[in-house]
Design a protein around this ligand. Structure first.
Ligand SMILES: [Cu+2]
Length: 230
């Protein structure tokens, strides 16, 4: 069981790049996170907007966007992050010990190697949409979930369930609510007008089952170590 209460969301890191042009409108709403029939405090919950009539965009919504997941106190922080397609995610190491970053994801497996304290960190660009788990090849309890979306309009959900997405160009959208290991939920279609604020209402998101059960990059089990049952 992981410690949701201890998680931090670095809000500024995912303030995805609004495109050039007018400031646009805002979208507000609320996410009700449900676990076993009861509402729970939202942690690691995000929303992003999907266009009803997507426009072909070049560059990608995340081109030039940098986000960060730290390695600190033998944890990845934040544990969950949503970034726009094309974004670069940096993994600085703030510990005085070696860490690694890899993902066994079927669609986007990667391993950026091991490195000791390095506050600049190594990074990786994520050019396609998807969802993947990120681990350390040395420490089995280190985990993060990364979601890459074809959207420039991403916002974290507060502990009160509320969210605000700003700088949204006029048009029709659906709000998608996401928390890792769960199915996404979409709102009804909303219409954003220039400089206006539209309330998307409330969406109910069912919390999934989190399992920290994975192998190392080479497919072998982790060796026994303090705090880890092998
Ligand atoms: Cu590590």
């Amino acid at each position: 069981m992981h410690q949701r209460s201890a998680l931090l969301i670095v809000l500024a890191l995912c303030s995805a790049a609004p495109g050039p042009g007018p400031a646009g409108g805002a979208v507000t709403g609320r996410v009700l996170l449900v676990n076993n029939g009861k509402s729970v405090t939202p942690v690691d919950v995000f929303v992003y907007l999907e266009e009803i009539h997507p426009k072909h965009r070049n560059p990608k919504p995340g081109d030039g966007v940098k986000a960060q997941i730290r390695q600190e106190k033998e944890q990845f922080t934040p544990h969950a992050l949503v970034v726009p397609k094309g974004a670069e995610v940096v993994f600085p190491n703030y510990d005085l010990k070696e860490h690694n970053v890899f993902s066994p994801s079927e669609d986007m497996p990667f391993d950026i190697g091991r490195y000791n304290q390095d506050k600049k960190g190594k990074s990786k660009v994520f050019p396609v949409s998807g969802e993947l788990s990120v681990y350390c090849d040395i420490h089995p309890l280190m985990w993060a979930k990364l979601k890459i979306v074809d959207s420039a309009w991403i916002a974290p959900v507060g502990s009160d369930g509320k969210f605000v997405v700003t700088n949204v160009p006029p048009g029709k959208y659906k709000v998608t609510a996401w928390v890792h290991d769960s199915k996404e939920v979409k709102s009804d279609t909303i219409v954003v007008t220039e400089a206006g604020t539209v309330d998307a209402g409330e969406v109910h998101l069912q919390l999934g089952e989190f399992k920290l059960d994975h192998l190392r990059w080479d497919g072998t089990p982790y060796p026994c170590q303090p705090g880890y049952k092998c």
